[in-house]
Design a protein. Structure first.
Length: 344
């Protein structure tokens, strides 16, 4: 219990550090640069500087706040074993018997990924079946998605507005950095602000570029290093719907809300549409019995749980892409996009 308390306290150290740095940068830019600067040229454009600065500052703080304080999505109760199954699972010593219990419990769940050994993914620590794309987080000590479906859009916007904020600050403070080396007037706060802004811009740029690539491929960080294993084997592109649809899955259908830190991601956090090149034999029977799927022109397979309205909109044009593509693509569902966690 003491270790968990210490862990929770330490988890807030980076947040407090960033908050202090941002508060100091606000003081250095607004007070030291725009209000108290002896440069007469700066007075004429100080209003423009302050307007642009505060716009980027507000969006940066807003997205950062939403990223931190948005509750992570956790598996629903249906992924937990019943009391009888749990007792039977704990009594069994043979892994084969335990797997049979898990398979029986997971037969009606929207689970399509397995371990590398084709076993049901189960968290012994949390005592629940792991949904697809969900892992046990060592920091939270539970199965969830610290940065995932519930706040992944906020995280991306936080990175983007951080870049814009640092770029604007560094660009407008650059003249003071140059004046420092020509022995002209320059304040320490303003000079140091340039170094901090430039340093954060360079470091965040690589992280933001990496996550933009992940969004285009519809992968989590874990899936980048270890491809998810489906019934047909590992498939690193198993959850990809194409770049444009992957983008809409995170940011939503309405582009006017894309740049605002409000939740617009498609889906419900439990089912994610998945397009696989290889047909799952166990789903082929379901697909053949589904007449609407045949009439749509797409060879589609559906999970036990129906897709949400937003996901159906996302996949509405799949039939056209399948007809024009060299290979047939099949639709299934996954669950819980998780980025910053590790297996347990």
């Amino acid at each position: 219990h003491v270790l968990k308390c210490c862990q929770k306290v330490l988890a807030w150290v980076p947040v407090v550090f960033i908050a202090l740095v941002v508060a100091w940068s606000y003081y250095a830019y607004v007070v030291e640069l725009c209000l108290y600067s002896p440069n007469s040229y700066l007075y004429s454009i100080a209003v423009v500087y302050l307007v642009v600065f505060h716009l980027s500052f507000v969006m940066f703080i807003w997205s950062y706040w939403k990223t931190i304080f948005t509750s992570p999505a956790t598996p629903s109760k249906e992924f937990c074993l019943s009391k009888a199954d749990k007792e039977q699972y704990e009594k069994e010593e043979r892994p084969e018997s335990q797997q049979e219990i898990l398979k029986r419990a997971a037969k009606d769940l929207p689970i399509y990924t397995t371990t590398a050994s084709k076993a049901i993914r189960y968290c012994d620590r949390c005592q629940l079946i792991k949904p697809d794309r969900c892992h046990h987080c060592s920091a939270c000590d539970m199965v969830n998605n610290c940065v995932g479906f519930s706040n992944y859009k906020f995280f991306l916007l936080f990175l983007m507005y951080s870049l814009l904020y640092c770029l604007f600050v560094a660009a407008t403070v650059l003249q003071y950095f140059i004046k420092f080396w020509t022995n002209e007037y320059a304040k320490f706060h303003v000079l140091f602000l340039f170094f901090v802004a430039a340093m954060f811009f360079i470091s965040i740029l690589s992280l933001f570029s990496y996550h933009c690539w992940l969004v285009g491929k519809n992968r989590s960080t874990i899936e980048t290093f270890r491809a998810p294993t489906f019934r047909n084997g590992p498939d690193k592109n198993g959850f990809s719907l194409g770049c444009s649809k992957n983008l809409r899955e995170v940011f939503g259908d309405e582009k006017k809300y894309w740049l605002l830190p409000i939740f617009t991601s498609l889906g419900d956090g439990c089912n994610f549409p998945t397009r696989l090149v290889i047909m799952d034999p166990e789903q082929l029977t379901v697909s053949n019995q589904n007449e609407p799927a045949k009439s749509s022109g797409a060879n589609q397979s559906f999970p036990a749980r129906p897709l949400s309205e937003s996901q159906n909109r996302l996949l509405a044009s799949d039939s056209q892409s399948v007809e024009s593509g060299p290979e047939e693509e099949n639709v299934k569902s996954g669950s819980l996009h998780c980025n910053t966690s590790d297996d347990s």
